[in-house]
Design a protein around this ligand. Structure first.
Ligand code: SF4
Length: 90
């Protein structure tokens, strides 16, 4: 699933927050997670346990992985519970 899109359109932060996603900010990417959508399949945790660690607060730390790897892992999320917005490189 393409984590940069929602209903086939590029996601916006406003829309994600309105839908109950929480934001986990990183330097090059913001990751968004919606626990009500999560199917607890665990692809994220298996994909990169440094970025996604259940039980840690915050459980998502975007900067513990590269932006490219974060995107790869987010796109393995089958439910759409994980989304991302890539930031402009300054
Ligand atoms: S990959 Fe997606 S559905 Fe699976 S546990 Fe992670 S957030 Fe939830």
């Amino acid at each position: 699933m393409d984590g940069s899109k929602l209903n086939d359109k590029p996601v916006t932060e406003t829309e994600l927050l309105a839908q109950g996603y929480r934001k986990y900010s990183g330097e090059g990417i913001d990751i968004f997670y919606n626990k009500d959508v999560c199917a607890h399949i665990g692809n994220c945790v298996r994909g990169n346990g440094e970025v996604f660690e259940v039980g840690r607060r915050p459980w998502i730390i975007a900067d513990n992985g590269s932006v490219e790897n974060d995107i790869e892992v987010i796109n393995t999320c089958p439910s759409g519970a994980l989304k991302y917005i890539r930031k402009e490189v300054k």
